[in-house]
Design a binder for this molecule. Structure first.
Ligand code: AMP
Length: 226
């Protein structure tokens, strides 16, 4: 099963993505996580990406596209993958579609979490990351996933904030990119929706309302995945 997962920063994509990964036993490939791992290891890629990430800008396509296309060639992707955070603009969508077409690989499902910009912003600012596992949900503004004091609610690990999560200017920039229907992430979503409309519903499009709590969104997601 090959799945693309869209949703604005702060829509709970990471949390829901972990559920999909579990259901199909496929790798959850998160572009942002790959970049952050490279930054913390001090690799050349990390050094190059850091400035863009801190400013809330996209890392250039010349770096991001080959990085993801290479990742999809690794052996754990043989039985499918879940891509989260890529494609993030129209060019990435076109290049991904072209590369998959060449390799004879199809995108089966496109999931979109639909969420209002203001709500997404609030959620980002309340988000806390568990140092042991990025996907442990913790948010100081959401009752259902409030941390345990200053510790992770799942494992008791230490929590930290992402530097680009506390900078309103950077959040606005990331959302400007996401909600841009001409060249941004919305344009990438529209690209796959048009493809689906032209090809009798392939890939399958699943839209989720991201406004309810984590559990409600997961239930809706699992029901629609079937
Ligand atoms: P995320 O964890 O998805 O919020 O990503 C964090 C940051 O990594 C983004 O704000 C971008 O700077 C960078 N990034 C993530 N995915 C992409 C992508 N597909 N293309 C370019 N930059 C990306």
């Amino acid at each position: 099963m090959n799945i693309l997962f869209f949703g604005p920063n702060g829509s709970g994509k990471g949390t829901q993505g972990a559920i999909v990964k579990e259901k199909y036993g496929i790798p959850h490939i998160e572009t942002g996580v790959i970049f952050r791992e490279n930054i913390s290891k001090g690799t050349a890629l990390g050094k190059e990406a850091k400035g863009y990430i801190d400013r809330g800008e996209l890392v250039p396509d010349s770096i991001t596209i080959p990085m993801i296309l290479d990742r999809l060639k690794q052996s754990d992707c043989k039985n499918g993958w879940l891509l989260d955070g890529f494609p993030r603009n129209l060019t990435q969508a076109q290049e991904l579609d072209k590369a998959l077409g060449k390799a004879g690989i199809k995108t089966d499902v496109v999931i979109e979490i639909v969420l209002d910009r203001e709500i997404a912003k609030n959620r980002i600012m309340g988000r806390r990351l568990c140092v042991k596992d990025n996907n442990h949900p913790n948010n100081i503004f959401i009752d259902a996933i409030k941390p345990n004091g200053d510790k992770c609610r799942v494992c008791g690990g230490d929590l930290k904030t992402r530097s680009d999560d506390q900078d309103e200017g950077a959040i606005d920039k990331r959302h400007n990119i996401y909600y841009d229907p001409k060249t941004g992430t919305m344009a990438a979503i529209i690209y796959f929706k048009n493809l689906s409309a032209k090809s009798k519903g392939a890939p399958r499009i699943i839209e989720l309302n991201g406004k309810p709590g984590v559990k409600e969104v997961s239930a809706d997601l699992l029901k629609k995945l079937g």
